[in-house]
Design a protein around this ligand. Structure first.
Ligand code: PNS
Length: 161
């Protein structure tokens, strides 16, 4: 069984993330979306909220699972019996950080491969940070965040609920 891990902060999940999830689920038997639980970061959405949002928009993808992880990514990958890390690449500006991370993970765990997927053209400009900013100022987030979670996200940002 070919299992891949798609890690990230997902604060919150965007249409770009969902596109990578859908496409990678066609390539692997199982894809585990791994939400980083990092006490040193102060995300807008708690780990539980981020997991719930991802589950809501991946409920129709049978080979997609959502979990959280702390510590080193490669340890979570091994513990999940996976051998592949999936990352999306939007632009050349992503590359330097992604390349460093892939090399470090390779050094830590030579058996773990990083597979980069090029983001779809219509998602190239989307990031969780811009989504939060647009929602904070009441902008239209259609096409930026999955439809089924737009209300959850705007409610949280506007009303803090
Ligand atoms: O969505 P992000 O914030 O770009 O995701 C980054 C993430 C979670 C993939 C990365 O920070 C990570 O893997 N963190 C776990 C700690 C780790 O393994 N660090 C060593 C490799 S850089």
């Amino acid at each position: 069984m070919k299992i891949a891990v798609y890690p990230g902060s997902f604060d919150p999940i965007t249409c770009g993330h969902l596109d990578i999830i859908k496409r990678s689920c066609k390539l692997f038997d199982k894809v585990i979306v791994a939400v980083l639980d990092n006490s040193q970061k102060t995300p807008l959405f708690s780990v539980a909220e981020r997991i719930q949002l991802i589950k809501k928009c991946t409920k129709d993808i049978p080979n997609c699972e959502v979990e959280s992880f702390g510590g080193l990514l490669v340890d979570f990958v091994k513990q999940s019996k996976a051998h592949t890390v999936i990352r999306g690449l939007r632009a050349i500006s992503d590359f330097e950080y992604e390349f460093q991370m892939a090399m470090l993970n390779k050094k830590l765990a030579p058996d773990v491969e990083t597979v980069f997927m090029v983001t779809n053209l219509n998602c190239l400009y989307i990031s969780s940070s811009v989504v939060k900013e647009i929602c904070r100022f009441g902008g239209n987030a259609d096409g930026l965040i999955p439809e089924e979670i737009i209300k959850d996200i705007t409610d949280k940002i506007e009303k803090g609920v």
